[in-house]
Design a protein around this ligand. Structure first.
Ligand code: SF4
Length: 87
């Protein structure tokens, strides 16, 4: 079976077709390294990895976020606990 090169999340991903539209060079770079790079790209994308585990991903998370996937998930979970407590 032929590998799909473009990430299946691209249609709804704000990084692929949204927030960075005004920055063509950065968007092209992300697409080349992550979004249009088959399984290797998805394996490197923090957005994809977080979404795969949690079922969703914060809209402002970049594919090359400096934190590890585990650290990002811990942070998201702790922030949700805080908002549950304060709301
Ligand atoms: S940024 Fe990540 S999740 Fe979004 S389309 Fe590209 S590879 Fe997929």
């Amino acid at each position: 079976m032929k590998e799909q090169k473009t990430c299946e999340k691209s249609e709804k991903c704000p990084i692929y077709d949204g927030v960075l539209k005004s920055n063509y060079i950065l968007t092209s770079s992300y697409k080349s390294v992550y979004c249009n790079n088959g399984i290797d790209g998805k394996n490197k994308c923090k957005r994809y990895q977080v979404s795969k585990i949690l079922g969703s991903c914060p809209p402002n998370l970049l594919p090359n976020h400096i934190l590890s996937v585990d650290e990002i998930i811990s942070k998201i979970k702790s922030e949700k606990k805080v908002s549950l407590v304060t709301n």
